[in-house]
Every structure is written in C-alpha cells, then in structure tokens.
Design a protein around this ligand. Structure first.
Ligand code: GAL
Length: 343
C-alpha cells in the first residue's frame, strides 16, 4: 500500500514538474514557436481576441498534409499570450462561391459580439490562379477581392461559413481588425484603387456598416491601436510575400486626419523581414504594453513561416519596433523584459 502511494505521488510530481518545465514565459521572435504539444504554431496572418480570462489566436492553418479541397482557420487558446494550446481548426470550408476556381483564405480575424453572444469571423477570400483563365471568370489571382464571414457559438468553433461580399461595395484584400476601448468593432481593409478603409461593423457584426475613414495610402497588413489618446495605424507596402519597410501614421480621431506615414524600423531591415498583422494592447496593473505582431513569410514552405512579436516603443505620436530579441511577458502586470539568450 505504502509503495503504491509513493509511486503515485512520484508520478504526480513528475507530471507537475514536466508541466512547469513545459510552460514558457519567453517569446522568441522569428524562431519556431511550439504550442503546448510541441508543434510549431500555425496561425499565420492572424488575429487575437480576449474573452474573459482567455486569449484566442486565429490564423491561417498551413500545416503540411492538409486536404487541398479545403481552407482552414486554426484556433489557439492561452492565458498568458506565450503558451498556446491548439484547439483545432475552427473553420474548415470548401469553395464558398461557385465562381471561384483555386482560391485562398487569408488573414482571418474573429470578433466576439456581447449582445448576440456569437463569434464572428472575417477573412480575405480570393482567387489563386496566376494567369487569368478568362475574362468571364473572376478566378484570376487576387481579383475577387472579397471578405468572407463565418459565425460560431463558441470561440473554438466550429464556425459556419455564411457568405462572401465586398464591404460597402469596395474591393477588399488584406484585412485587419480593430476593437476600440469602448468595444466598437472595425474592419480595416485594403481597397487597391484607393487605399486603407476603416469601417464599423453592424450591430450583429455580420455586415460592414459604415465607413469611418479612407486613408489614401496603398498599404496592406493594416493594424490599429489606441494608445495614450492617439490612434496609431501601421501597414506594409504592396510587395506580396516579400518583406518591406512597414510604416505608421497617427490621428486623434479614427476618422482622421492622419499624419504622413513614417518607418517603424530601420528601412534597410525591411521590418526585420516581417509584415504587420496586428497590434495588441495589454493594459496591466503596472504598465500598458503594445505588442507588434508580424509574419515572417516563407512562401515556398508556408508551414514554417515564423512570427515576429515585439513590444513596441510607443507614445507621444512616435512608434518604433526595436531590434527583435527574446522577451518575457507578464500579461497581469503588462511588463516585458528583453532577454539576452546568447550569454
Ligand atoms: C501579401 C499579403 C498576404 C498575401 C500575399 C500574397 O501582400 O499581405 O496576406 O496575400 O500578399 O502574395
């Protein structure tokens, strides 16, 4: 009996020790980012929301061996933004519109609607075929330019795909999400002929209701944060998967006027090889931190694409992405600490 108890406590101890060991408090930009099972996180071009005490990270699921008849959006859950548990593919969808041939689903973003208690997903839906097959079809690469909308009762899905459309009748390629401090939800979308549009979602979030601003800048990977009384918008240039110097502008009101765009990092580093997808504000007990979330794309081996997350230097109209370095993050206090792991 005694022996059995000892063996059982040893097993529990090992389990606890392993769990403690497996937990990490460090984010390592550009490195493989293992989820809690040790697999590299697949949430590319993603977005994050916080519901109660949990963060959910949604993104493009690009693991190897997927059924090519479908497109997938992954969902990960975390309490600390560092350790992420894969909750499965929250959306799995075969061709949403009959006019589409080979197609892509990119940059999914999820909003939680407190009134309807539904989770609403937006994503970029487009054609993928490089050469236009015929002018009668809209399947040529990136000419469909629509958003897709899906809905779920639970954060982790399954999401039900509803429809695709052009927001307010405009072309829409890269999308970004912004939730203001008062909870209002906005979609940022790239309308190629004109620029970035910021538009408010309808009450149930299932539609894009009202344009707030058109920023006449030709940029992608749009992201916004409200910090210290100012709105900061960032975006990249239109160079496809190749990195370029991302830029930012500020405004006191979402509707503008916006300042000129300036580099967020030394231009020769091309945003350290990354492209913006989102900024997250962490209002902790000691500090409010804003993290830059970017993708380091590997177009030929997309499953190996990396993430570049870094605390931004932000305030008084300035925004700067420091040289990437591993850092510790405490979501409770909002504090971060850069770490030199080479020592
Ligand atoms: C990027 C865009 C990505 C993807 C890629 C395709 O500019 O941000 O989401 O669409 O182009 O070339």
């Amino acid at each position: 009996m005694q022996k059995r108890i000892t063996a059982a406590s040893a097993a529990i101890f090992i389990l606890i020790a392993f769990r403690v060991y497996a937990q990490s408090d460090t984010i390592r930009p550009a490195q493989i980012w293992p989820d809690t099972k040790g697999n590299h996180i697949q949430a590319h071009g993603g977005g994050i929301i916080k519901v109660k005490n949990d963060y959910y990270w949604y993104g493009e699921e690009r693991r190897q061996g997927l059924d090519t008849n479908y497109r997938y959006v992954s969902c990960y859950q975390s309490k600390d933004l560092v350790n992420w548990t894969f909750k499965g593919d929250a959306l799995q969808v075969s061709k949403p519109d009959t006019v589409l041939g080979k197609w892509v689903l990119e940059r999914p973003k999820v909003y939680y609607n407190v009134k309807t208690r539904k989770f609403v997903m937006y994503c970029h839906v487009d054609g993928q075929v490089r050469s236009a097959v015929s002018t009668a079809t809209v399947t040529s690469a990136y000419s469909y330019a629509r958003v897709g909308v899906a809905i779920s009762d639970k954060a982790t899905g399954p999401f039900r795909f509803i429809r695709t459309f052009r927001p307010l009748g405009h072309e829409s390629r890269d999308i970004g999400q912004f939730i203001d401090d008062d909870g209002s939800a906005y979609l940022i979308f790239e309308d190629r002929p004109f620029g970035f549009r910021i538009a408010r979602l309808s009450d149930d979030y299932l539609d894009v209701e009202k344009q707030i601003c058109l920023i006449p800048a030709h940029m992608e990977g749009g992201a916004i944060v409200h910090y210290g009384g100012l709105y900061y918008v960032i975006g990249s240039s239109l160079t496809g998967w190749a990195a370029n110097p991302n830029k930012y502008a500020t405004a006191t009101d979402l509707s503008g006027p916006w300042t000129e765009f300036k580099d967020i990092a030394p231009s020769e580093t091309k945003t350290y090889g990354s492209q913006s997808t989102m900024m997250i504000k962490i209002a902790g007990t000691k500090k409010t931190t804003v993290l830059f979330m970017g993708d380091i794309w590997k177009p030929k081996t997309q499953w190996d694409s990396r993430y570049l997350w870094m605390p931004l230097e932000i305030g008084n109209g300035k925004l700067w992405l420091p040289q990437p370095q591993p850092f510790r993050l405490n979501v409770r206090t909002g504090e971060t600490k850069l770490i030199d792991e080479k020592k």
